[in-house]
Design a protein around this ligand. Structure first.
Ligand SMILES: Cc1cc2nc3c(=O)[nH]c(=O)nc-3n(C[C@H](O)[C@H](O)[C@H](O)COP(=O)(O)O)c2cc1C
Length: 239
């Protein structure tokens, strides 16, 4: 047999065997629960824009002071999509993930967003929607949990990048812990660049009380918050 055909055949057999053994993780293969009736379907994410990656990199700066104007729901959806949106039919996302295991969960603490009631929401990449966790404006509580950083209380909304580390450590052991932190960094940079492209501002916040943030988000026991990212329209010269 032609050696090239033989090697392709062997490769195919190996891939099939790995898949049958459950070693090939195909995100989106598993059925996901139907969204709840009160889910907020986000406007479809844009796949094109007027700002190049290079321009966004030049513009990216941490912004901590925001104009007192509400965010549009489409803008919230767009930065969520940048963090964890699904970009192919296998369920792969904007942010790379070790083993495509996707340990990150992104939450939104919304206070002033057009067409979105104040409250705490979890982003569901499948369906590009928000699941309501709790009602009411929790921005002041979140600010208090973040060593009183005013950016958190003042922003119209704050994204919280949380993780379920077990999803990754189950496969990679202790090394998975570092993979999860790396992934949060990838997602946060995506949010920074998308915000820059939308003329929005954000800052990656690592200084906060884990327990208090977990309580505000009603996080499940196996989840932990890694980053807070307030998002708003930056006022000039605030860096
Ligand atoms: C891991 C990490 C944690 C951070 N935590 C905070 C924070 O708690 N509060 C804050 O205002 N900025 C925080 N920052 C943002 C840095 O202060 C900021 O990136 C730095 O001053 C450089 O400015 P630039 O982002 O505008 O380039 C953090 C950044 C990183 C990477």
């Amino acid at each position: 047999m032609d050696p090239e055909i033989l090697s392709i055949g062997l490769l195919l057999a190996a891939v099939l065997a790995a898949g049958c053994a459950g070693n090939l993780l195909l995100p989106g293969k598993n059925s996901t629960p139907a969204p709840p009736d009160d889910a907020v379907i986000l406007p479809a994410p844009r796949s094109e824009g007027g700002v190049s990656v290079e321009e966004a990199l030049w513009k990216r700066r941490s912004a901590r002071i925001y104009a007192e104007v509400p965010l549009m729901l489409a803008d919230v959806g767009q930065v969520l999509w940048a963090a964890q949106g699904i970009t192919n039919d296998r369920g792969y996302r904007t942010t790379p993930s070790a083993g495509a295991l996707y340990p990150l969960e992104v939450y939104v603490v919304a206070g002033s967003v057009v067409d979105l009631e104040a409250g705490v929401y979890r982003y569901r990449p499948d369906g590009h929607l928000l699941v309501r966790i709790g009602g009411g404006d929790r921005r002041a509580d979140l600010q208090a949990a973040a060593v009183d950083q005013a950016s958190v209380g003042d922003a119209p909304a704050t994204l919280v990048i949380a993780a379920v580390p077990d999803r990754t450590t189950a496969k990679y052991g202790e090394r998975g812990t570092r993979y999860v932190a790396m992934e949060a960094g990838h997602a946060a940079e995506n949010v920074y660049l998308q915000a820059a492209a939308l003329n929005l501002g954000t800052v990656a916040i690592g200084a906060f009380d884990d327990d208090r943030v977990e309580e505000i988000l009603m996080l499940p026991k196996n989840a932990t918050p890694l980053y807070l990212m307030p998002v708003g329209r930056p006022v000039p010269g605030n860096d």
